[in-house]
Design a binder for this molecule. Structure first.
Ligand SMILES: [Zn+2]
Length: 163
């Protein structure tokens, strides 16, 4: 290998490939090749404002939160009083697991209702997943889940404790 070829090789390997990404103005999630990454992910930490093309906008999850929309709603009904705290912990635990897998999957609100809780999420799959987890952990329960188009498209899951 002559010197010129060697110089070219070094130059080539030193050249960092540039990325074209979107970064959320609010939560700093990074969108790259159809996947969302958390702000503490390796990809996000290695972004270079000088070399990479970065577009700033709100991510779908933050947009949804801002608009008061949600893609999933879970009603948990007829909870035995001694299980209230356990149910909350199980919901939060599943929501965190989901968020770690995909930072766009978020629990938006947790409301008290007359006979239990109403939980809203940014992803339709989240309420099914949380509902299934509660059903397996706290039987006997029945679960019903359906897609609904009004007032906007969302997955509605109802989990009822049979006491
Ligand atoms: Zn965001």
């Amino acid at each position: 290998m002559n010197v010129t070829t060697e110089k070219k090789r070094i130059k080539k390997t030193n050249k960092k490939p540039t990325k074209c990404v979107s970064v959320c103005l609010d939560c700093k999630n990074v969108h790259y090749k159809n996947i969302w990454y958390a702000p503490d992910s390796r990809l996000a930490l290695l972004l270079d404002e000088k070399k990479d093309t970065i577009r700033y906008r709100l991510c779908p999850a933050c947009e949804m939160e801002k608009e008061g929309h949600y893609e999933g709603v879970l009603y948990i009904k007829n909870i035995p009083s001694d299980l209230y705290d356990h149910v909350i912990s199980a919901v939060l635990h599943e929501a965190v697991k989901d968020y770690v897998e995909n930072p766009q999957h978020r629990l938006l609100d947790f409301y008290d209702t007359e006979d239990g809780y109403k939980v809203t999420t940014t992803a339709a799959t989240m309420v099914c997943r949380i509902g299934e987890k509660l059903k397996s952990e706290f039987s006997p329960c029945v679960m019903h889940s359906a897609y609904q188009h009004e007032p906007f498209s969302m997955q509605v899951t109802k989990l009822t404790f049979l006491n």
